[in-house]
Design a protein around this ligand. Sequence first.
Ligand SMILES: Nc1ncnc2c1ncn2[C@@H]1O[C@H](COP(=O)(O)OP(=O)(O)OP(=O)(O)O)[C@@H](O)[C@H]1O
Ligand SMILES: [Mg+2]
Length: 287
Amino acid sequence: MTDQANKLREKVTSRAESSPRDRKTKVIAITSGKGGVGKSNVCLNLALSMEALDKKVMILDLDIGMANVDVLMGVTPKETLLSMLKKNLSLDEVLETGVNGLTYIAGGNGIGTVFSMTDDQLHHFFNEFSSLQGKVDYIILDTGAGLTPESMRFLQAADDIFIVLNPEPPSITDAYAVLKALHSKNANLPVKLIVNRTVSDQEGEQASANFLRASEQLLNKPIEVLGYIPDDDAVRKAVMEQTPFLLQYPRSKASLAINQIARTYLELPTQYKLGVKGFLMKTLFHK
Ligand SMILES: Nc1ncnc2c1ncn2[C@@H]1O[C@H](COP(=O)(O)OP(=O)(O)OP(=O)(O)O)[C@@H](O)[C@H]1O
Ligand SMILES: [Mg+2]
């Protein structure tokens, strides 16, 4: 790390630890073992459900696959996080407003270059993102499936990690592999579980019991299960219609489940960490 980056780190660490304002915004990272389990749909609809519960939520889309959050909303982002760095744009210029006023930022292709920024870019990135402090209650990251070195850094820096899995054994096994990899870096990562595409609550219970049993020896505290989302045609239809299922089919089983998950999560005792600056510090400087 360069001297300038080191200085920035020192300055920000001392500020992040002392300012109570820095504790306001919480960062949630959504991940999975296998791809296609429903992360982006959970991310978008959960964000909307939390907004309906009076929380200000912003999505940071770090998934560079096909079904990005913007596609699910039917919006085409003009700029991305990466173009912000390349063109020296302000955060406001890359912040998009999607359905129901939900704000989001598209990561852009090659998000890994975020970790090889010049010092000037680093400062710019840091200052722009720090301005979010206190303006949003939650930042939800939609990370890609599996663990790339980049997603690993974002996940490790988040206040909460939601692992999404499907009830099939391979999905559970892959999710467990992700948990193990995360655990090897930090034994106290705040992981929570969401089971998507269940045919019954019983199936959800079974899948989470299997996951919890596998992870029992690894972890010294149980993982919180946030809930089960049924396999629902409303989700498929909403994806085709490029509208979030929560808005298009608010009474569908999937929507009711998402609302329940949002309530369950928001009712958990909150332990605010270092907020936006703390998150940036960890993402950018911790290997
Ligand atoms: N609860 C559900 N009921 C029915 N279909 C679902 C459900 N959840 C997801 N799907 C289907 O799975 C597809 C993939 O969902 P999504 O794009 O959210 O997954 P993802 O985990 O983000 O994928 P990727 O790993 O590629 O980013 C959706 O387009 C939809 O057809
Ligand atoms: Mg996705």
